[in-house]
Design a binder for this molecule. Structure first.
Ligand SMILES: [Zn+2]
Length: 166
């Protein structure tokens, strides 16, 4: 894959990239769906649903810089939100769109790029400051936090742990 970037930076740098994207696209009271759609629209990206599990939860970036995020029909909207944010992480962190050629990222695996995409997604959807304040308000209740941030309860639990709030 000629146009893949192997390593995006430190955790702090990755979170900084996510914060910058969020401040560019997130408008007050926006739903997560509208937020993610606005990022994709501005960057020539779209979502396609697939019945085959292997195709689901992958990102394909075309030579012209446009991209498709494939989701499985079998997953929930809340899980899909995090998957889209994760794949956007690969798009912004790991894709050199100036280099020609297609590339594909999946959600599977546990290499450095997957960690970076997860850090990006967590900060994009559950910004550390807002999440910490909300966790305090809701007594670290992962289900309440999941509803509030439109992610799955398991994603909210991981975020609580990552921010040392549990
Ligand atoms: Zn991935």
């Amino acid at each position: 894959m000629p146009n893949e970037v192997q390593f995006a930076g430190t955790k702090a740098e990755v979170c900084q990239r996510a914060k910058a994207i969020r401040s560019q696209y997130f408008k007050d009271k926006m739903s997560v769906n509208d937020f993610l759609s606005s990022i994709m629209d501005e960057n020539n990206g779209n979502v396609q649903y697939s019945d085959t599990v292997e195709r689901g939860e992958t990102l394909k970036v075309n030579a012209d810089g446009s991209f498709v995020i494939y989701l499985s029909n079998a997953t929930s909207q809340l899980r899909d939100n995090f998957t889209i944010a994760h794949e956007l992480g690969h798009y912004f962190l790991h894709t050199d769109i100036k280099a020609p050629g297609d590339c594909i990222h999946t959600r599977r695996g546990s290499n450095r790029k997957e960690w970076e995409a997860n850090w990006f997604a967590a900060e994009l959807l559950m910004p550390a400051e807002e999440f910490t304040a909300a966790a305090k308000e809701h007594n670290n209740n992962a289900y309440r936090l999941a509803t509030l941030f439109e992610v799955s309860p398991s994603a909210a639990m991981v975020r609580l742990t990552a921010l040392n709030l549990d």
